[in-house]
Design a protein around this ligand. Structure first.
Ligand SMILES: [Ca+2]
Ligand SMILES: [Ca+2]
Length: 415
């Protein structure tokens, strides 16, 4: 088996896309370099990448996508599924601006800009990332087998492995050697065969039943949310909720990474990311060297959402495109409950050279929020506008989920 770095695509040649896409702030055409976020320039040479985009399965892919038994989905919601739906925040309808301004875009190749006006219907969003307890309920009731379990391995950063497991792994991703494909790593055994979710099952990171479920693929996340008669949030739902009513801020609570408290004060930390030197030394000044409980740090914004940024990445329902279809019309009126590009639109972008399919011929899904693996030097993606993308069957020890639900009678009620 060989593990290769997937294509890294460039925004060169944006002019090919035509002149009917405009940037909200300056009404430029896409033929100008800064439309679609390139204004911030190419990646600064000092800006390294975390390698999270390299976590695609080069082999082992199967056309067979695990599904929850249809009979289960057709049945009335179980008591546990109903209980899971009760811990959700009611997100009000409203307007917001998605993405960030060109001078604040950090990863232009991710499509962080330009700013897009959006109108949103109300909806519900999980207060917390989905914990191992909740994922366990789902697995027990449906007998669901995750992609990581089915395909036999998943990515873990080497510093978290035991020496015994590390010694058994001979293959690496050349460009990001700190990521290893670990046999038998899954939500049950996050660091491989000698790990678990509590001390009794071999956890070296304490009791993790209240921590987010990890090694969750998009396929797994989608199946879990459907079991609850819910769905994965669209990218717009996720970002609108993360911003919590504030406009144009880096983080759910504002623009400052930390609280005003001193370094010794626990309240200084608002999220679980990486302190120290990435990828070799994690000083865990925020209290967590790996995942944190889903209710750690308190709400990150006034809408009462926990760990939107940091802790684990969260899948969204959208296909990834670094180009946003911002026309003059929706610049004026705002996108309405946008759901991202359709596969038909992505096919057009493929023809024009902006998007490539992965090794299996599929497009990639967007994840949001960054994780405990993110350090500003390599992966400043624990920002509201940041986004990243992987194939739907990709899994790693820093990827989880939360679900959204439609709000009955909450159709868009703003002009
Ligand atoms: Ca941390
Ligand atoms: Ca998160």
């Amino acid at each position: 088996m060989s593990w290769t770095r997937p294509w890294c695509w460039s925004l060169l040649g944006l002019g090919l896309l035509g002149a009917d896409f405009v940037q909200a702030e300056q009404s430029c055409t896409v033929e100008d370099a800064h439309c679609n976020g390139e204004a911030a320039g190419k990646l600064d040479e000092d800006v390294k990448d975390c390698g999270c985009g390299s976590l695609a399965r080069a082999e082992g892919r199967s056309d067979e996508v695990p599904k929850v038994a249809s009979a289960t989905l057709a049945a009335a919601l179980s008591a546990s599924a109903i209980r899971h739906n009760q811990e959700m925040v009611q997100i009000p309808a409203g307007r917001f601006h998605m993405g960030d301004r060109k001078e604040r875009v950090h990863f232009p190749q991710d499509g962080e800009g330009p700013v897009r006006p959006v109108r949103m219907s109300g909806f519900y969003l999980d207060t917390f990332e989905v914990s191992n307890w909740k994922f366990w309920d789902f697995v027990v009731e449906t007998q669901y087998v995750t992609d990581a379990e089915r395909l036999g391995d998943s990515f873990v950063a080497e510093v978290y492995l035991s020496d015994a497991v590390s010694a058994t792994i001979l293959k690496k991703v050349d460009a990001v050697p700190w990521w290893l494909p670990v046999p038998n790593a899954s939500w049950r055994t996050p660091e491989g065969v000698d790990s678990g979710l509590d001390e009794a099952s071999g956890s070296r990171f304490g009791d993790r039943w209240s921590h987010p479920a990890v090694h969750i693929s998009w396929n797994d996340a989608n199946a879990y949310c459907h079991w609850r008669n819910a769905s994965l949030p669209t990218e717009a739902q996720w970002e609108y909720a993360a911003r919590g009513g504030l406009e144009g801020m880096y983080y759910p609570w504002g623009d400052e990474m930390y609280g005003n408290e001193t370094k010794e004060d626990e309240a200084r930390y608002r999220m679980n990311i990486w302190q120290g030197q990435f990828p070799t030394l994690n000083t865990a000044e925020d209290g967590y060297i790996k995942t944190a409980p889903v209710d750690a740090f308190g709400p990150q914004n006034d809408w009462g959402l926990y760990n939107m940024v940091g802790n684990v990445w969260e899948w969204t329902n959208n296909w990834f495109s670094p180009v946003h279809f911002l026309t003059e019309e929706n610049q004026a009126t705002g996108f309405v409950d946008p759901e991202g590009p359709t596969e038909e639109e992505l096919d057009e972008l493929v023809e024009r050279g902006y998007v490539k399919k992965d090794a299996s011929g599929a497009f990639e899904k967007i994840k949001k929020g960054g994780s405990f693996m993110c350090h500003k030097s390599h992966c400043w993606r624990y920002r509201n506008c940041a986004r990243h993308h992987l194939p739907a069957d990709s899994t790693a020890h820093h990827i989880g989920l939360r679900c959204a639900r439609a709000m009955s009678g909450a159709a868009l009620d703003i002009e």
